[in-house]
Write a protein that binds this ligand. Structure first.
Ligand code: KIV
Ligand code: ZN
Length: 395
């Protein structure tokens, strides 16, 4: 079993999103929860970008001593100095520095040559090493970088002292086979690759971020960069909860993480509220509907045995139960189950009457909630079932 390091960048890449900005105190609250969750590295900010970001990194370093705290910089001396200064109280500081390596970035962002990019990458890593031992290098837009050239860059930065090499699919361009082949290519062709950890950093522009990150660990990556709820630039980053649960549910014979998955739901809500970023209801793992069943066939199956339609026990991610949502697609099994939950045990004949009434209500609404259900059943027991032996089991 090999450990996969979880590098959380909710407070840096996640926070870059318009409207998600947090002040240093808000960042500290989330950082402490990330530490409790069990991530290995917290990327706390981009200190040169603003005085508040610098302050947040500095405060997080003072408060959290048992996690690696990482600060981002470009391959620019001043950035690296400011990142180092913000990390000076960290017990385990890491500087994350790097530069674009794709043809597009080299030509149109830096207006330079591939050789000069390598020199800048080497200088940045060497300079960062004068401040801290742990230096992570990112090859921005590695997803669209030619593999041979990327291998040359990565070999050079490892020689310069990089301890982690981050291979970002900055634009979410790669397909899982392309991204995993890239990682395998580096694993097999870069001299000295064993001296560094290969990291994934996948954006979600084509909805491939989780698939790409998982394909990469199967091919040599041992760190995944991700964010809570997948927040981040454009379509976001790899969702932490998705990779953690994929490893736990499907790859547990090969890999593990130190994340306590039972805290995922709570932290998802906290980040969503703190950053005013709604989580889509059908979001994997943490969406409102992730453990909700609304069609009759599924409800009947789940009531008989949860595993019929759930591959994750909701308790494992901090959700206390699966929910049976009553809609016009629900069947008798679901109605009987929910009726029992609100205190009414129905005989077969009563269920038939109740079901007809329920369908006529449900057809006019999106959902029959607990209040609607209780009122419908109370009315039936007061008016229709009053001559019968009343099996009501009021709680
Ligand atoms: O997406 C990206 O390339 C990044 C780097 C700065 C690591 O966020
Ligand atoms: Zn990114």
């Amino acid at each position: 079993m090999e450990k996969i390091q979880i590098f959380d960048t909710s407070l840096r890449d996640g926070e870059q999103v318009p409207g998600c900005k947090l002040n240093p105190n808000e960042k500290i609250i989330i950082a402490k929860e990330l530490a409790k969750l069990g991530v290995d590295i917290i990327e706390a900010g981009f200190p040169i970008s603003s005085p508040n970001d610098f302050k947040a990194v500095d405060m997080i370093c003072r408060e959290i001593s048992d996690k690696t705290i990482c600060a981002l910089s470009r391959a620019v001396e001043k950035d690296i100095e400011v990142a180092a200064e913000s990390l000076k109280n960290a017990k385990r500081p890491r500087i994350h520095t790097g530069i674009g390596t794709s043809e597009l970035h080299i030509k149109y962002k830096f207006n330079t040559t591939p050789e000069k990019i390598i020199q800048r990458a080497i200088s940045a890593v060497k300079y960062a090493k004068t401040f801290v031992e742990d230096v992570e290098f990112y090859a921005e837009d590695a997803g669209r970088t030619n593999n041979e050239y990327l291998a040359t860059v990565i070999e050079a930065v490892i020689k310069a002292g990089a301890t982690v090499v981050n291979i970002p699919d900055t634009t979410g361009y790669c397909l899982p086979n392309e991204y995993s082949e890239k990682i395998a290519y580096l694993r097999d062709n870069v001299k000295g690759i064993h001296k560094a950890v290969i990291s994934t950093h996948c954006h979600n522009d084509l909805g491939m971020a989780t698939a790409n990150s998982i394909a990469a660990i199967e091919n040599g990556a041992r760190q995944i960069e991700c964010t809570i709820n997948g927040i981040g630039e454009r379509a976001g980053n790899t969702a932490l909860e998705e990779v953690v649960m994929t490893i736990k549910q499907r790859l547990h014979d090969k890999f593990y993480t130190d994340v306590n998955s039972t805290l995922l739901n709570k932290l998802s809500k906290m980040v969503s509220e703190g950053m005013s970023m709604m989580v889509q209801p059908n979001k994997a793992i943490v969406g409102e509907n992730a453990f909700a069943h609304s069609s009759g066939i599924h409800q009947d199956g789940v009531i008989k045995k949860r595993e019929n339609y759930e591959i994750i026990n909701p308790l494992d991610v901090g959700v206390d139960h699966s929910s049976i949502v009553l809609t016009a697609r629900s069947g008798r099994a679901a109605l009987a189950y929910r009726a029992k939950q609100v205190g009414f045990d129905l005989f077969k004949t009563q269920l038939d009457v109740a079901y007809n009434k329920f369908i006529s209500i449900a057809d006019k609404r999106k959902e029959v909630n607990e209040e609607d259900l209780t009122s419908m059943l109370t009315d039936l027991f007061e008016n229709n079932f009053k001559e019968e032996l009343n099996p009501i089991t009021v709680r």
